[in-house]
Write a protein that binds this ligand. Structure first.
Ligand SMILES: [Zn+2]
Length: 181
């Protein structure tokens, strides 16, 4: 059955100045972070006036935008030494290659749940040591596979870490200040 509804959306953008003290050279610096959020909702009730519908969406968009601005970070290296600060790296590492993270968790969850069912069957319904061994291997493959994927993800994140060159001293030259003219 078709229920008449109206989709309404509110788009909100904002900015927040993020200030840092460089963890390596103690320089104070800041950047302006810009974010945009879109909040959509289908309104089924026409008792809600146009105005209150938008007020409701706007309030939600404001909350979402504030959370996004506060929680997220751009990668903005220190203008003096080139070091990328820890909150930026942490945010990047939590989000980067997120699909791999999900895949690793799903693989482990799948292995444990299905393996648990095999173990229950091996013990209860068809007492079978072979099935028990199979269940153990099954769990090992999926849990181990999940761990391997998680490890690979960390490896890639580490290899592409913006501070990697810095640690090796490669940054020093590229960020040297131009000679006074
Ligand atoms: Zn610095």
């Amino acid at each position: 059955m078709f229920i008449p509804h109206v989709e309404r959306s509110v788009t909100l953008s904002g900015e927040l100045e993020k200030a840092f003290v460089c963890e390596t050279c103690n320089t104070d610096y800041s950047y302006t972070q810009e974010r945009m959020v879109v909040v959509k909702e289908n309104f089924y009730s026409f008792s809600l006036s146009e105005r209150s519908a938008f007020a409701k969406l706007r309030a939600r968009a404001e909350l979402k935008l504030a959370a996004k601005l506060g929680r997220e970070f751009d990668i903005v290296p220190c203008p003096v030494c080139g070091w990328v600060q820890k909150p930026m790296i942490d945010y990047r590492n939590a989000r980067g290659h997120f699909g791999w993270k999900v895949l690793a968790l799903l693989s482990q969850l799948f292995g444990i749940v299905t393996g648990g069912i095999f173990i229950a069957l091996a013990v209860e319904d068809w007492p079978s040591p072979n099935l028990l061994v199979f269940a153990g291997c099954w769990i090992g493959v999926f849990v181990g596979g999940g761990l391997a994927v998680a490890y690979l993800r960390r490896l890639i994140l580490r290899r592409t870490d913006p501070n990697r060159g810095f640690e090796r001293g490669l940054r020093d030259e590229s960020h040297e200040l131009p000679p006074p003219s």
